[in-house]
Design a protein around this ligand. Structure first.
Ligand SMILES: *Cc1c(COP(=O)(O)O)cnc(C)c1O
Length: 415
């Protein structure tokens, strides 16, 4: 599908710029006339919250990733929490993930009463390292084959799941992770917040684990303002997630104010309130139709960065041959002996160029040090990468001139 032509000078859809070099953000969403018309149609329809457009968006998204069904929510954070709750993970349990991620991935473990446990990344892909995962399962846990239970040697919590974060849009090594998880009775949850549109060995991200969670936050590969989507292999898990997303009300409670709805309902469990609105779904319906074109543009920009930044003291993104990354982030690691990552952020800022750090090590955040006892040195790869990584401006609406500006600035500062 075609997307509107970008003004080559400003990259801001032709709006006049007061300055010669306007601020170039690290990311920006892109809505067109289709989204705007759909939102207005929702406002005129008298049904603004979860309703027909949310159902359509769920159907379209499920078809896109090759699933039977999907559940639209108000965030990926909610999807992650419902993933854990729907799989029956709670007090006395532990869940594994990598510490180079956004806080949401592990915060939700606290919310269901489970203990977050980290395993280090591969420093090239920034994804969970299958070798470190294997090592953790064998050296830090006890596997009881007769009960099928894996327990943390220190603490005794039962390890129930691994959340594989597809960093920057590149799928994790899911075959390796899945085999280890199966052998130890663990569920696999995909944190696909970065990865709508990514492919692993011919299969779309979202169907690779037991549950998958997507984000439609404004910086992600497609946006509904705020929003998320959950997909599950087992329809019963998806049914539970749907029930828990709307107070724990029994089936199709969202219809209760419509003609076909019943005013009677039961509360099956103490759920959350994290359903998607039709206003958000109106955006999602059209963003999804543009996702392939958005990704194509991301691939183009990434190819220029990969080609034209080669030779600078930067570790450029490493993409494994078996995947098609969604290219959510273009994150470089600064290897210069003269210029630190923090210096580079300042130098780019002086040139009116934005950037961002994904991520500070999660295990060193106050609550993880306090409640889990983590300390500096626990995850050397995450700490090293976190100290040198920088996400460059990277979004489909960027013009070729914008890309040149970033490349020129990097050559000036690092060359
Ligand atoms: C953005 C993000 C989330 C949370 O997404 P929301 O939709 O903002 O709740 C979770 N995990 C990762 C890795 C993210 O980048």
């Amino acid at each position: 599908m075609a997307i509107a032509k970008v003004d080559e000078r400003s990259g801001t859809n032709g709006k006049p710029q007061a300055e010669d070099k306007p601020f170039l953000p690290f990311s920006a969403p892109w809505f067109g006339p289709e989204e705007k018309a759909e939102v207005l149609a929702v406002l005129d329809s008298d049904w603004i919250t979860t309703g027909p457009r949310t159902r359509q968006f769920e159907k379209d998204f499920a078809a896109y990733i090759g699933a039977d069904e999907a559940l639209a929510l108000n965030s990926c954070t909610a999807a992650l929490q419902l993933a854990l709750a729907s799989l029956g993970i709670g007090a006395g349990d532990a869940v594994i993930t990598a510490p180079l991620t956004f806080a949401a991935t592990a915060n939700v473990m606290f919310h269901v009463g489970a203990r977050p446990v980290f395993v280090d990344i591969r420093p090239d892909t920034c994804n969970l390292d299958p070798a470190a995962f294997r090592d953790f399962l064998t050296s830090r846990c006890d596997w009881n084959a007769s009960t099928g239970e894996l327990r943390l040697r220190e603490g005794g919590q039962r390890v129930r799941a691994v959340i594989a974060v597809h960093y920057g849009g590149q799928p994790c090594q899911m075959d390796e992770i899945d085999a280890l998880a199966r052998a130890h009775g663990l569920y696999v949850i995909e944190d696909a917040a970065h990865a709508a549109g990514a492919v692993y060995k011919g299969r779309k991200v979202g169907t690779l684990g037991d549950v998958a969670c997507f984000s439609f936050y404004p910086t992600k590969t497609m946006s509904t303002g705020e929003g998320g989507m959950l997909a599950a292999r087992d329809p019963e898990v998806l049914r539970r997630a749907r029930m828990l997303s709307l107070h724990g009300m029994s089936r199709d409670a969202w219809k209760r104010f419509g003609k076909d709805g019943s005013w009677r309902y039961d509360i099956e469990d103490a759920g959350l309130k994290c359903n998607m609105t039709d206003l958000a779904a109106a955006l999602g319906l059209h963003q999804l139709r543009k996702l392939t074109a958005f990704t194509r543009r991301r691939v183009e920009i990434a190819a220029r960065y990969q080609r034209e930044l080669a030779g600078l003291p930067l570790q450029l993104p490493v993409i494994l041959p078996e995947v098609e990354t969604a290219w959510h982030l273009y994150a470089v690691q600064v290897l210069s002996s003269r210029v630190t990552r923090d210096d580079l952020i300042e130098s780019l800022k002086e040139r009116n160029i934005g950037s961002s750090v994904h991520y500070l090590p999660l295990h060193l955040m106050f609550v993880y040090r306090e409640r889990c006892g983590y300390k500096p040195g626990d995850f050397p790869h995450t700490e090293a990468v976190s100290g040198r990584i920088l996400s460059l401006p990277f979004f489909p609406r960027m013009s070729d001139t914008d890309v040149t500006r970033v490349i020129t600035a990097l050559k000036e500062v690092l060359g």
